[in-house]
Design a protein around this ligand. Structure first.
Ligand code: BDR
Ligand code: CA
Length: 313
C-alpha cells in the first residue's frame, strides 16, 4: 500500500514532538507539512519547537507554516504538561534555523489540499483553531480532506484537566465545535485511550536500549514529561499525540464507536466538556467516531520499531 499523505497541525509539546518523529520515520506516512498553533505554549514557542525538532530529525524538506496565536473566541490558557518552553528538558536540540513557509497555516493547508492528487489526512494534535479557521475560510476544499484523526476529547473517563475536559478541546472549544460538525470524517483519539499508553519503567527500559542521538533525545523528553505528569496525575507520561498519529499508520490499534458529540460552550465548570450520545438518544445521528480502547503493547512496538530504524539521527 502507498503511504498516506498527512498534514500535522500541532503545538509541540513533548508528545507532539514524538508524533512528528514517528510521522517522519514511518514509511506508511507521507508527511506533506507541519502547521503550528498555540496551546501547550505560546505560538512563538510551539513554532520554534517544531523547527528545532524537524531540523534535529533531518526533516528540513518538510514545510512548516505558522498558524493562530489565540483561540477563536477566548483568551489563551496555556497547557501545563510541558514546561514554559513547551519542550523543557531538551538541551541537545539545535537552535531553530530552517525557514518557515511564508504562508499562514490556514492558507498553507488550503494550497496543499488544492494541489493534492488524492485526499489528505489531517492529524491535529493541538487546539483546533487552525483547522476550524481553514474550514470557515475554504469550505469548498473540505472534500479534499480524506479524514481527520485528532487527539482530543474525554468521554468515558474523567479528565486529568481541571474539569471533565481534555486540554485541546478546552483550549478552543468553539473551534472544536466547528470541526466535529463539519461533516468531515472525524476520529477522536481522546483521553479514554491515550491515558492507556503510558511511559513507565518497562517502557523506559526499552527506550534506553535505543543507543542513537534520537533515542537519547526522546528519552530526555520523556524523562522530563513523565516527571511532570506523575506530579500532576500520579501516573507516567501519556503519549496522547503519538497515538493519534499511530492510528493513521495502523487503524487496528484502536477500537471505535460512532457517536454524536456536543461540546459544552456555555457551562462554567463543565465548559469545554465533550458529551457523547452513543445511542442516538437525542436523535441527532452521529458526527464523529470515538476511540474506545487501545492495544497499548502494539502501539509501543510500533514506536520502538520506528525509533530503532536506522534512518537519520
Ligand atoms: C493534549 O494536550 C497537550 O498537553 C498534549 O500535547 C496533547 O495534545 C492532551 O490532553
Ligand atoms: Ca499537543
Amino acid at each position: 500500500m502507498s503511504a498516506t499523505p498527512v498534514l500535522i497541525d500541532c503545538d509541540p509539546g513533548h508528545d507532539d514532538a514524538i508524533a512528528l518523529v514517528m510521522a517522519h520515520r514511518s514509511p506508511d506516512i507521507d508527511l506533506l507539512g507541519v502547521t503550528t498553533v498555540c496551546g501547550n505554549a505560546t505560538l512563538d514557542r510551539t513554532t520554534t519547537n517544531a523547527r528545532r525538532i524537524m531540523e534535529f530529525i533531518g526533516a528540513t524538506d518538510t514545510p512548516i507554516a505558522e498558524g493562530c496565536r489565540e483561540p477563536l473566541a477566548r483568551p489563551l490558557v496555556l497547557g501545563t504538561a510541558d514546561g514554559p518552553s513547551g519542550l523543557d528538558g531538551t538541551p541537545d536540540l539545535p537552535e531553530a534555523s530552517m525557514a518557515l513557509d511564508e504562508r499562514h497555516a490556514v492558507d498553507f493547508i488550503a494550497d496543499t489540499l488544492a494541489s493534492a492528487s488524492e485526499p489528505i489526512t489531517l492529524v491535529p494534535t493541538g487546539p483546533l483553531t487552525n483547522i476550524a479557521l481553514f474550514l470557515l475560510k475554504y469550505p469548498h476544499l473540505k472534500d479534499r480532506i480524506g479524514r481527520i484523526v485528532l487527539m482530543g476529547g474525554a468521554f468515558y473517563r474523567r479528565s486529568e484537566y481541571i474539569t471533565p475536559t481534555e486540554f485541546n478541546i478546552f483550549c478552543d472549544p468553539e473551534a472544536a465545535n466547528i470541526v466535529v460538525n463539519s461533516g468531515v470524517d472525524v476520529t477522536m483519539v481522546g483521553l479514554d485511550v491515550t491515558m492507556h499508553v503510558l511511559v513507565e519503567e518497562p517502557q523506559f527500559a526499552e527506550l534506553g536500549k535505543i543507543d542513537t542521538p534520537l533515542g537519547k533525545v526522546v528519552l530526555d523528553w520523556l524523562a522530563f514529561y513523565e516527571k511532570l505528569h506523575r506530579g500532576i496525575m500520579g501516573v507516567g507520561g501519556a503519549l496522547h499525540d503519538p497515538l493519534a498519529l499511530a492510528v493513521v499508520i495502523d487503524p487496528s490499534l484502536i477500537e471505535t464507536r460512532p457517536a454524536h458529540i456536543a461540546i459544552d460552550l456555555t457551562g462554567s465548570h463543565m465548559f469545554g466538556a465533550t458529551v457523547a450520545d452513543f445511542w442516538n438518544e437525542r436523535g441527532e445521528g452521529t458526527n464523529v467516531t470515538i476511540a474506545t480502547s487501545v492495544d497499548s503493547d502494539r502501539f509501543f512496538d510500533l514506536l520502538y520499531g520506528l525509533l530503532r530504524d536506522e534512518r537519520g539521527v
